[in-house]
Design a protein around this ligand. Structure first.
Ligand SMILES: [Zn+2]
Length: 808
């Protein structure tokens, strides 16, 4: 249907039929059309990069491909015709026909075609900083940098050459082939890549340090800008985890490491956790270089990041989804394998507990809200592909995949995955290809299972009725049935659901059963049981079934009695949530609880976490004074351990509470920061805590302009401080304008940024006026894009659970 309609519309614009209409972005129709007509693509790319980030980068591309007909072809280039230079098509110069983010190429022939073009790339996906830049094209930003077929199922071979300042280095997917230096410039060429999609092509250049190591015959290189010797001492551990992950994946899949090399870069101010460009994996430096005395959560987070990106070399890079609606098929395996690879690295950590904490808890956060989405979402245009990502894709999908593996049995599941990887190596596959392979290896009805768990949003509600029968209910009123087993435990008069932690959903308990769980949580031996109970209690609290004061006093008693660090940090997080969002936020109760916990040396590392959580919301004058002295003297309470990043955060928080001393505090903190990348971040964020509202207003106004939003993690921090809970009354004016630019933020920002932008804006507001502003915004835009609307609803939910049976 869509193809036929496209043909009619296109007829006026394009000579001949069979082509998709010209429209901005990369539409599904265009992608299908090109995938049917084009193959064997090769890009020869060349970039000249000046030392100064204000000077333009220039580039050229020689593109060749096979075409199965003679019709015109659309090349994607978002930046506009005025950034294009001289085009030749099969040796002949051709006038550039530019329409709606595309170059229309005419005069093509059946078979091999050659196109060359000069261009000035847009800066957005080049991530230019003083002294370094890195490209990050996922999901469809390659088209902001060079003319290309920017869709995941047109894999290509890339050949790169770079002209860079003499003292810079560079790393890309292919290994370095040649290097020559003359007149202050360095010219590098790189070997051809294996066939990869545009979103996996990348290069990083600038002034970087490099370490290399070979473990068990596997060579690796690590590029970084960190200067702190304590952090650099962690490099061997990073290599060890990376090499172990590669070996684990080779063993599980039966396929040797599929790419030429394994190099990685730890990037300051990076907007994601990591990105799996084969041969040039990018990581955020904050999760790779840990501060002194890392918590179990920090250590697990680093290992999960390294193993996640490594798993992508097979799932995502070797076999790639056809279209970004199936991006979850790569993320689910990356996360699912990451948790399995991480487990043997931390024998002291309970793997089941860690898995539940890593996946179920964040999945609930989005799945319970009115902004919930299905694991597999519809996607009409790659311009919106970034909005597909979220906790449902990253965290609910692995929970669901675990159920699938359990249904099939681990051996049949593994054999199915091996067949899938072999069948689609260096090619593309969608979810139906995988489920067809798995279906042949099981008696189970996977199609029915997939419908509820993968294709529909939301989670089941379970409740025991008056007759003691367990009932499943669809909170969205669709009468959907989710196939899964739920355990029911009867103790005294209490009926406890899902103590095992094996099932997924909302388990509504009566008050008697909730009281039993709060009184007896310590009696459950397995850490997985205790985290399942803790999550159940939190969901029931959010559902209004436990009063806030009761939940708070339970947590305050429970925390010192728990010996598993991951459970203590979870409980501290819930208590912190009560402080931020609960009705107690204005009373000293929670502050007193946290202060007591932060003084309790029996808590171990959790004592520091308690202190850091307290540092986010303290306001009692005595507490302010105590924390000021801790910051000034860099002398925390016995047992609490703070590092430079913590003191920077404390200084910013203190500046909010002590406006008359803000300048003095911030000047002193600035003097303590040694690393230049961290100094730049501090200088960026500092005005957002200014005591002068006019200064904060001007910061907010500046953030409404795209050119000031380049460093997304810095922008998030600024926005959070502008909308600080203690300044929310003065920040109410920011809510509506922040929502008004959200579409623009999506267009100009990276994939996780729209959600982070609304979350950072709304997090500090608990005033009903802010809620009304959000509702008004949504009702003013009844046709607002659904994917983006979901992000707003998720951020605005503040823990509220969506249920049609309730009045909304
Ligand atoms: Zn991933």
């Amino acid at each position: 249907m869509r193809r036929a309609l496209g043909c009619l519309l296109a007829a006026a614009l394009l000579a001949g039929c069979g082509q998709a209409p010209v429209e901005p972005g990369v539409s599904r129709a265009l992608a299908l059309d090109r995938a049917a007509r084009i193959d064997s693509i090769r890009y020869e790319l060349s970039f000249s990069i000046p030392a100064e980030k204000t000077e333009p980068v220039t580039g050229s591309v020689s593109l060749s491909f096979n075409l199965r007909d003679r019709g015109p072809v659309q090349l994607d280039f978002r930046e506009g015709a005025d950034q294009l230079r001289q085009m030749t098509v099969n040796g002949k110069e051709q006038e550039i026909d530019y329409q709606d983010e595309h170059i229309i190429i005419h005069g093509l022939r059946k078979g091999r075609n050659f196109i060359s073009l000069g261009f000035i790339p847009g800066d957005q996906a080049l991530n230019r900083n003083d002294g370094y830049l890195y490209t990050l094209f996922v999901p469809a930003l390659a088209r902001t940098v060079f003319p290309c077929f920017d869709q995941p199922d047109l894999k290509a071979v890339f050949s790169l050459s770079l002209d860079i300042p003499e003292d810079w280095v560079a790393v890309s997917d292919g290994s370095l082939k040649t290097e020559t230096v003359s007149e202050g410039r360095k010219r590098l060429t790189f070997n051809d890549t294996k066939p990869i999609p545009t979103y996996l092509f990348s290069f990083v250049t600038g002034r970087w340090q490099m370490a290399e190591e070979t473990i068990d015959g596997f060579p690796m290189r690590f590029y970084y800008r960190e200067t702190d010797p304590d952090k650099l001492a962690q490099i061997p551990e990073v290599f060890r985890q990376a090499a172990a992950a590669v070996r684990w994946m080779e063993d599980y899949t039966g396929i040797p490491f599929p790419f030429e090399k394994y190099d990685f870069i730890a990037i300051p101010g990076y907007q994601f956790g990591g990105m799996e460009h084969p041969g040039a994996i990018q990581f955020t430096d904050r999760r790779i270089f840990l501060n002194p005395d890392p918590t179990a959560d920090n250590l697990l987070s680093r290992a999960n990041l390294i193993t996640h990106e490594t798993a992508h070399m097979w799932f995502g890079d070797l076999v790639t989804m056809q279209w970004f609606d199936d991006v979850w098929t790569k993320e689910v395996f990356a996360n699912w394998f990451a948790s399995q690879m991480t487990a043997p690295l931390f024998p002291e950590v309970d793997a089941a507990l860690s898995g539940f904490k890593q996946f179920n808890l964040p999945a609930y956060e989005e799945d319970r809200t009115a902004g919930s989405n299905a694991i597999k979402q519809r996607l009409g245009n790659l311009a919106d592909a970034g909005l597909i990502y979220g906790n449902i894709v990253y965290d609910k999908a692995p929970v669901v995949m675990d159920m699938l593996a359990e249904r099939m049995g681990p051996d049949a599941f593994r054999a199915g995955l091996q067949e899938y990887l072999r069948a689609f190596s260096f090619a593309n596959a969608d979810w139906s290809d995988l489920i067809a392979i798995l279906d042949r290896r099981t008696e189970e009805d996977l199609a029915a299972w997939s419908r509820s768990w993968v294709s529909e949003k939301g989670m089941p509600v379970y409740e025991v009725d008056a007759d003691g029968v367990l009932r499943q209910r669809d909170p969205w009123g669709r009468r959907l049935v989710w196939p899964q087993e739920v355990d029911v435990t009867r103790r005294d008069d209490a009926t406890l659901l899902n103590v095992s932690g094996k099932a997924y959903g909302f388990f509504a308990h009566d008050s008697l059963s909730l009281a039993y769980l709060m009184d007896h949580i310590a009696d459950f031996d397995k850490p997985l049981e205790r985290i399942s109970i803790l999550a159940n209690l939190n969901e029931n609290y959010l559902d209004g079934r436990i009063p806030a004061y009761r939940f708070a006093s339970f947590l305050a008693d429970y925390i010192p009695s728990e010996n598993e660090e991951l459970l203590v940090s979870t409980a501290l997080g819930y208590l912190g949530g009560l402080a931020l969002h609960g009705p107690l936020s204005t009373t000293p109760t929670i502050e007193a609880i946290f202060s007591e916990l932060a003084h309790n040396q029996a808590l171990g590392k959790a004592q520091t976490s308690a202190f850091k959580t307290l540092a986010g919301f303290f306001q009692d004058p005595e507490q302010v004074d105590a924390i000021y002295r801790i910051w000034r003297d860099q002398a925390p309470w016995p047992g609490v351990k703070l590092n430079e990043t913590d003191y920077t955060t404390l200084a910013l928080e203190l500046a909010v509470r002590l406006p008359e001393r803000a300048a003095e505090i911030l000047d002193a903190q600035r003097g303590r920061i040694g690393n230049t990348d961290r100094l730049r971040e501090f200088d960026f964020v500092r005005p957002a805590v200014s005591p002068d509202k006019a200064v904060r207003d001007s910061v907010f106004q500046a953030l409404l302009r795209a050119e000031n939003r380049r460093h997304e993690p810095w922008v998030q921090t600024s926005l959070r401080f502008l909308n600080h809970p203690l300044r929310q009354a003065e920040a109410l004016d920011y809510v509506r304008p922040a929502l008004d630019v959200l579409l623009e933020v999506q267009r100009t920002g990276d994939i996780f940024f729209p959600k982070q932008w609304v979350a950072a804006t709304l997090r500090g507001h608990d005033n009903p006026i802010a809620t009304q502003t959000v509702e008004q915004f949504l009702s003013d835009h009844p046709d607002y894009p659904e994917l983006l609307r979901n992000k707003v609803l998720q951020a605005a939910a503040r823990g509220r659970r969506y249920d049609v049976s309730r009045d909304y």
